[in-house]
Write a protein that binds this ligand. Structure first.
Ligand code: AFP
Length: 324
């Protein structure tokens, strides 16, 4: 099985970008080790703080964020980083060629129950002129040069794209290296599986309610087939399932949050997952357009997410537009 760096070189990935991805895999091993230790390392439970999203921070969130910051900023090709856990950006090497946005530990409510969590990352090009300003990050997802996630589950996996398809690597704990285990990930066009937090049903737009209601009717309804539902409550794990066996994942508009009607963050959740899904042949939309086309105005902005198997995402969008 192929190792990480030779695989990147085969794909003719630029050496500076290889160095950034290599740095991310070093972070992955550190975080994976700590997730595996749990209470043995005293890393379970919450801190007394809230992050800038107003959410309680888990100890492992803070630790993962610190590790990613410290290790990435040591890499001379990293100009600056943006994190879910940091209000502003943190500057690195002033003439570094890349910007890295990340969610250090997505699905953090799963930490204490020993369920799946992950790190999501998005690498953007830095402008030619030196310096590190927050505006540099405000690029559409279509500008990404690398994006992916590390899934800390029964196996630790590194899944990413550099625009040449989606590759999955599994951490071989016996040698401490990521080895290529899926070279060309493809999402099936059709599916009978969906992922949504059903408890929010009454807060969705009418189109989304009608879409999900018809899925639940199964063979007895207009869709004429039975559907299965899964919800891990960690986007990283739900998207991993979609990449592995197809499906539709959505976190839709919610009427309770007038000024913040979406939950997921664009720069370090929506964009990297959207690019992975598109690279694997699927679709990723906000309900009003392609996620990768959004021009961000804030590093922490949120967006609607509907992604996965091409035919199912298309059907869901038709319901939202009222044409089904
Ligand atoms: P946390 O990292 O705060 O647990 O949030 C995870 C997440 O952003 C995303 O990964 C999940 O899909 C979604 O939230 C789960 O949301 P619910 O708690 O509403 O199910």
């Amino acid at each position: 099985m192929q190792r990480l760096i030779p695989t990147l070189r085969n794909d003719q990935v630029d050496e500076a970008l290889i160095s950034v991805i290599n740095t991310l895999q070093i972070c992955a091993k550190e975080i994976s080790f700590r997730c595996g230790q749990g209470k043995l390392a005293g890393v379970l439970g919450s801190t007394l703080d809230e992050n800038i999203q107003g959410e309680t921070q888990k100890k492992l969130d803070v630790l993962a964020n610190q590790l990613l910051k410290d290790i990435l900023l040591e890499c001379k090709h990293v100009r600056a980083v943006a994190s879910e856990e940091e209000e502003g950006i943190v500057g690195g090497t002033l003439d570094g060629r890349y910007l890295v946005a990340f969610d250090p530990l997505d699905g953090s409510s799963n930490i204490d129950i020993n369920s799946m969590v992950g790190t999501i990352f998005s690498v953007l090009p830095a402008p030619a002129e030196p310096g590190a300003e927050v505006d540099m990050f405000l690029q559409p997802g279509s500008n990404q040069v690398a994006a992916g996630y590390i899934l800390y589950g029964p196996r630790t996996m590194l899944v990413f794209t550099t625009g040449k398809g989606v590759k999955m690597f599994t951490l071989d704990q016996t040698v401490g290296e990521f080895l290529l285990t899926e070279a060309d990930v493809t999402i099936a066009e059709t599916t009978t599986e969906f992922a949504i937090n059903m408890s929010n049903h009454r807060h969705w737009q009418p189109g989304m309610r009608r879409y999900i209601d018809d899925l639940l009717l199964g063979k007895a309804g207009p869709r004429n087939k039975d559907f299965n539902m899964r919800w891990v409550a960690a986007m990283v794990a739900d998207v991993h399932r979609v990449l592995t066996r197809g499906g539709l994942f959505t976190y839709p508009w919610d009427s309770r949050k007038a000024n913040k009607p979406f939950k997921l963050r664009l720069m370090y959740e929506g964009n990297p997952m959207a690019w992975l899904v598109e690279q694997a042949g699927g679709l990723a939309d906000t309900g009003e357009g392609r996620i990768l086309d959004i021009q961000p105005t804030d590093i922490h902005q949120r967006c609607g997410v509907i992604l996965g198997s091409r035919d199912e995402v298309t059907t869901c969008l038709q319901y939202l537009k009222g044409s089904q």
